[in-house]
Design a protein around this ligand. Structure first.
Ligand SMILES: Nc1ncnc2c1ncn2[C@@H]1O[C@H](COP(=O)(O)OP(=O)(O)OP(=O)(O)O)[C@@H](O)[C@H]1O
Ligand SMILES: [Mg+2]
Length: 247
């Protein structure tokens, strides 16, 4: 099998490139030819109402759902033949919907469970870096995942994904169900990661912060991309927000 972390196959290509991606749950098709690009250092938002295919797109990228058609390319190489573990090791980090921290491991153990050596290209995250970004996690270092608040679990889920030293971080509803103050902490963290040059794919129900932080947006409707463009272009089209995002 080809080594995924080998030299670039196509430098001109975006970091991540989806072409005509189709995914199904059994006989029920959820994605109908999704095209999406993310360039190095770019922050891209994936928008759309409930059930439109945002999480399905993310799971397909991460190899958690099988591609039914089309292709996902990472640095110019098709990910078709690779499993979820290999895809994660290639530099794609996921903060999944619902957080999913290990409930019976401490904060420290959760962070170390996914820790990996530095990638050739990405920044290298240490425990101290994560605690520097989220001081609350240092205070809770010995507490079990199941004893954390929702906000602390979300910080831990982000920290855990960063400990894999990703080049692209995907956040699926990272501020969902959090108090406004904690939401603010998560947005500040996302902005910091962007400033550090990490490529980001962000799914969130809060359009205001997304318009500020994202370079480009894709709107999904019933498993299809119906619009793509910059924050400025989206702000000029309030009917898109009304019809397809409903925020
Ligand atoms: N495990 C599953 N089995 C069958 N169908 C599913 C499954 N998960 C999602 N779907 C269906 O696939 C479609 C896309 O769902 P998806 O979870 O990707 O939406 P979403 O845009 O992430 O929505 P939300 O904003 O609610 O998270 C929906 O019609 C949904 O009912
Ligand atoms: Mg979802």
């Amino acid at each position: 099998m080809t080594e995924l972390s080998g030299p670039d196959a196509g430098r001109a290509e975006p970091l991540l490139c989806l072409r005509r991606v189709e995914t199904a749950y059994g006989t029920s098709q959820a994605l109908f030819g999704v095209d999406l690009d993310i360039h190095a250092g770019e922050c891209v938002a994936l928008l759309g109402r409930n059930g439109m295919g945002k999480s399905t797109t993310v799971k397909t990228i991460m190899g958690l759902l099988r591609l039914r058609g089309g292709d996902v390319r990472w640095r110019g190489r098709s990910l078709r033949q690779f499993g979820a573990h290999q895809i994660a090791r290639a530099g794609l980090g996921l903060v999944p919907e619902g957080r999913r921290v290990f409930p019976n491991l401490s904060v420290r153990e959760n962070l170390l469970a996914t820790a990996r050596g530095p990638s050739r290209r990405g920044p290298c995250w240490s425990l101290d870096d994560i605690y520097g970004m989220f001081p609350r996690l240092r205070e809770r270092e010995q507490n079990l995942g199941c004893h954390l608040s929702g906000g602390e679990q979300q910080m831990l889920a982000i920290g855990r994904a960063l400990m894999t030293n990703p080049e692209l971080l995907i956040l699926d509803e990272a501020t969902e169900g959090l108090a406004p103050l904690v939401r603010g902490d998560i947005w500040r963290c996302i902005e910091l990661l962007k400033r550090r040059g990490l490529a980001l794919l962000v799914i969130d129900k809060n359009l205001g912060p997304l318009l500020r932080v994202a370079d480009r947006h894709y709107i999904l409707e019933k498993g299809m991309v119906v619009w793509r463009g910059t924050s400025q272009a989206l702000q000029a089209r309030p009917e898109l927000v009304r019809d397809y995002i409903g925020m």
